[in-house]
Design a protein around this ligand. Structure first.
Ligand code: TNX
Length: 696
């Protein structure tokens, strides 16, 4: 008797020990742990009531087959101790929520709609032990869940580097496993056109291939001279669209216009203003030419392309790009100038706006809605466009205030092409040392603070972007995605109130085991992070250190430093590496500060510490001008300089003036403004990166 009792106790205890710990990402809205557990074994059946859940049952089965080596029988008949997927058809719900019940008698999943049931299965998958075994012990829980945002997306850029269908499908699976529902497929860019268009075969015989690729971070250290490229046939695209739709994921195709179109120009030179001399570039184009906005042929071409695109993609949204379009080509083009005159457009920004509106009108007539990057606000927004806000939050805020729907994807928080730790061992985008670690992604809040509550309904959701300038293979993409995608999924799905870094961090431990099961290549930095060793940081005390400093205009979200004090915190960067928290960055705008020295102070010079790196579009100021005042109202200019200590990297610009006694100093640092000719993206905005202002 006693022996039997002990055996029972041991059995129960091991049973509980075998059950998966409850660790679900994204965190469900409400979860209650219950007594007991349910065993999934090879004899367990999946019961579905209708066709709409067939793909969901198949997804679960494929997952079990792939990672555990066996699968379950799917049936329409009621069976005890089964996994029941019963979508609440009668609800006709418009949210993709679900309820989930597991216990000794089985599992019951009830989605508010078919998508809801699919998400419930993703939850179930995370309750399955990460260690394969013949019985999978599922803890008993009761869950109610629904997404916070209707749009939860991720972009993959296949223009800069091409990725095969097999990997695109994998990417889609990763999104599905994280309850994401939009895949933004960036199909065309300067160095590659990747979608077959039957009417224009040269787009893929010419535009999908380049003769050389850049080595190193732009502007690079040379070229690999080798034909590189690839594209998707229309059949492959249909297959991928179906694959995504089986996973309740909508694919939004992006056809870039009017900029980022050089591969198309190389294929059909008549699309450009000059009309000849285009070649698919090694990475960025070095020539300001884009689609000619004055030539009707451009619109005829794009409409024909879009006709084929909309036949392939049922998505209501079609992304038309609109970002980073230089205007020099249009300025020099008689056709573009004639168009401007005829249409009464006052500048080239209005010409871009004309371009986008014309395309919008066409797509609207086909029942589709356009999405564009936030540059489409410049020169006037197309009437029905959805705006994707990537240069910080301001584009999204402006568009939402104007009554447009927006999708937030600020480069400051959800650009997964940026490094996730300080010393990445392979190349990442842009700035040395600028990092977007997982904590920063997790801290992102998609509803901008300054957006009035009323207009926050226009924020459809958010998106994480994988730009592939420096990712030429799937393993690298995985590395850049994970674990950040898991953080993003929680930001996009879970209610704001239950988001909590400590909780997420503890759930990540289990998530890493899942990654291992999936054989993912992920960034181990977070998993292996050790207590930070003490670093001795030298302080450079001067008359401005720790003094009150105010800024006339705000720095960019990408470089907020730790507030205005960053400029007088006594920390001067001497390392070639940039530390994001040590810089204030201004994108196209000037930086003007007022420093209150506290009382009348003897001063003779001001030194501005900054960073200069042309290849990353970071330029030192055109000049620094210093003004003095004793009452903050009447500032008088006391000196100005253009001298600089070093041509590149960390540098100092010094302003000398006659020694004097003064209370307030105003320092104006003039942004370079636009990128100069001779490099790429001529005319785009320049970064101004400031580290410290020293007063002696
Ligand atoms: C800006 S985001 C771009 C991309 C680059 C990316 C790199 C956007 C609309 N344009 O073309 O790949 O930065 O982070």
């Amino acid at each position: 008797m006693k022996v039997v009792f002990f055996l029972l106790v041991i059995l129960v205890v091991t049973e509980i020990a075998n059950a998966q710990e409850i660790s679900i990402i994204p965190k469900p809205m409400g979860l209650t742990k219950k007594e007991g557990s349910f065993d999934i074994s090879k004899n367990t059946q999946i019961v579905i009531a209708e066709e709409g859940d067939k793909n969901t049952a198949n997804f679960l089965n494929d997952y079990l087959q792939h990672y555990y080596g066996w699968k379950l029988k799917i049936t329409n008949l009621p069976v005890d101790h089964s996994i029941g997927i019963f979508t609440k058809k009668f609800l006709a719900a418009d949210n993709d929520g679900y309820s989930f019940e597991s216990g000794p008698d089985g599992i019951i999943i009830s989605g508010n709609n078919n998508a809801g049931s699919f998400y419930a299965v993703q939850t179930l998958i995370q309750l399955v032990p990460t260690k394969p075994s013949p019985t999978l012990v599922i803890p008993a829980v009761s869950i109610i869940d629904a997404p916070r945002f209707a749009y939860r997306g991720s972009l993959l850029d296949v223009g800069r580097h091409f990725f095969p269908v097999s990997f695109v499908k994998k990417y889609i699976d990763y999104l599905a496993l994280h309850k994401m529902n939009y895949f933004h497929w960036h199909l065309t860019d300067d160095p590659g056109w990747r979608i077959e268009i039957k009417k224009y075969p040269k787009l893929t015989t010419v535009g999908a291939w380049r003769n050389k690729s850049l080595i190193g971070r732009y502007p690079g250290i040379g070229y690999e001279v080798k034909r590189y490229g690839g594209f998707y046939t229309q059949d492959e695209i249909k297959e991928v669209v179906k694959y995504a739709s089986d996973r309740f994921i909508t694919i939004i195709p992006e056809i870039e216009m009017p900029g980022h179109s050089y591969a198309a120009l190389a294929s059909y030179p008549e699309l450009g203003c000059r009309g000849s001399g285009y070649e698919v570039p090694a990475l960025y184009r070095e020539d300001p030419e884009v689609f000619c906005a004055g030539n009707d042929y451009t619109f005829e071409f794009l409409q024909n392309v879009l006709d084929e695109v909309i036949l392939l993609f049922p998505s209501k949204y079609i992304h038309i790009g609109g970002d980073e379009c230089p205007k020099e080509g249009w300025k020099a083009c008689p056709k573009c100038q004639a168009r401007m005159k005829k249409e009464g457009l006052k500048d080239e920004h209005e010409l871009q706006s004309y371009f986008i509106r014309r395309i919008e009108k066409y797509l609207n007539s086909k029942g589709r809605t356009i999405i564009g990057w936030d540059e489409i606000l410049e020169g006037g927004l197309a009437p029905n466009a959805v705006v994707m806000s990537w240069r910080g939050e301001s584009g999204g805020v402006a568009a939402a205030k104007a009554g447009h729907d927006v999708i937030m994807t600020p480069s400051s928080h959800v650009y997964f092409d940026y490094a996730q730790k300080e010393d990445e061992d392979s190349l990442t985008f842009a700035w040395d040392g600028v990092i977007t670690p997982i904590e920063k992604v997790y801290a992102y809040e998609p509803i901008p603070k300054e957006l009035p509550k009323e207009q926050s309904k226009h924020v459809l959701g958010a998106q994480a972007n994988v730009w592939t300038e420096y990712m030429n293979n799937p393993r690298k993409v995985e590395y850049m995605l994970f674990p950040r995608l898991s953080a993003a999924s929680e930001v996009f799905w879970s209610p704001k109130e239950i988001r909590n870094w400590g909780s997420f961090e503890s759930r990540l431990t289990t998530q890493f085991k899942r990654y291992d099961l999936w054989k993912l290549n992920y960034c181990k930095e977070f998993a292996e992070r050790k207590p930070v060793s003490r670093i001795v940081q030298p302080f450079h005390i001067n008359k401005a250190t720790g003094k009150k400093i105010t800024l006339t205009n705000e720095p960019s979200d990408n470089f907020p430093g730790h507030g205005p004090i960053t400029l007088v915190d006594g920390i001067q960067n001497s390392k070639g590496l940039l530390k994001q928290t040590e810089f204030l960055g201004f994108f196209g705008t000037d930086c003007e500060v007022v420093i209150d020295l506290g009382n009348q102070t003897a001063v003779k010079n001001v030194k501005v510490h900054l960073y200069h790196q042309k290849g990353s579009w970071i330029y030192r100021p055109q000049f620094v001008e210093v003004f003095a005042s004793n009452d903050t109202t009447s500032f008088r200019s006391i000196g100005r300089t253009e001298k600089v200590s070093a041509a590149t990297g960390n540098a100092v610009m010094q302003v000398n003036f006659n020694p004097r006694s003064v209370r307030y100093l105003k320092v104006n640092m003039k942004n370079k403004g636009a990128l100069p000719s001779g490099g790429s993206y001529v005319g785009s905005k320049a970064w101004l990166l400031l580290d410290e202002i020293e007063v002696n």
